[in-house]
Ligand binder design. Structure first.
Ligand code: E4P
Length: 221
């Protein structure tokens, strides 16, 4: 089963998506917090957890391993559902290695742009490897190829790390991520809305309702 996460810090979007019954988790980052207009990471993360009851990622802002570890300790203590997002840098790897040894060391390795980075994150003990597909596509690269390669690498060696397709720009990215074997896809609310919409579904429904009205009217119902 591929898990579906919402990539947002906006409470209203989480509430709406959760009401659809298909939401498994949420990922946030400092930019998404800025867009949601809040600097209270703890309060916002706990509100989201209340709504989704599943994994919610909150990101550190330190760039050195010691700072990341300090922040991770605090963030991970908020809830059993919280995952700490650590950037995939040298300092990030050092932090991941340490945090992954804790009983509550749930790590989402973020800002991954190659299968090599994903491999290093998995070796350092990350639970999720977040591959930024859209940002690679924006730069003229093939983001989905990195998802495919990472899937193969993890499968070849039995890495216990989820392939997370992130930076999703449109519904085709979701289908391609599913076909590439991503374990988790995190997407903006706008993409989720586009995934369910089809003019053919609307037209088909309209036709069914009209025909039903006609047949029931003829039957005098
Ligand atoms: C992942 O967890 C990130 O928050 C996100 O997918 C980044 O996407 P962007 O490229 O749209 O900022």
């Amino acid at each position: 089963m591929a898990l579906l996460f919402l990539d947002t810090a906006r409470i209203q979007e989480v509430k709406e998506a959760a009401s659809w019954g298909v939401l498994d988790g949420v990922t946030t980052n400092p930019t998404l917090m800025m867009q949601a207009g809040t600097a209270d990471l703890k309060e916002n993360t706990l509100k989201i957890i209340d709504l989704v009851g599943g994994p919610v990622s909150a990101e550190v802002v330190s760039v050195d391993a010691a700072g990341m570890i300090r922040e991770a300790e605090e963030i991970l203590a908020w809830s059993e559902h919280v995952f700490v997002k650590i950037p995939c840098t040298v300092e990030g790897l050092k932090a991941m290695r340490k945090i992954s040894q804790w009983p509550n060391g749930r790590i989402n390795a973020t800002l991954i742009f190659s299968a090599n980075q994903a491999y290093l994150a998995a070796k350092a003990g990350a639970t999720y490897a977040s591959i930024f597909v859209g940002r690679m596509d924006d730069a003229g690269l093939d983001g989905m190829e990195v998802v495919r390669q990472t899937r193969e690498v993890f499968d070849n060696y039995g890495f216990d790390c989820y392939v997370l397709a992130a930076s999703i720009r449109h519904p085709a990215h979701v289908t391609e991520s599913l076909l590439a074997g991503a374990d988790i896809i995190t997407l903006p609310f706008g993409v989720l809305q586009k995934m369910i919409r089809s003019p053919f579904t609307d037209a088909g429904l309209e036709r069914f309702l009209a025909d039903w009205e006609e047949v029931t009217a003829k039957a005098g119902l």
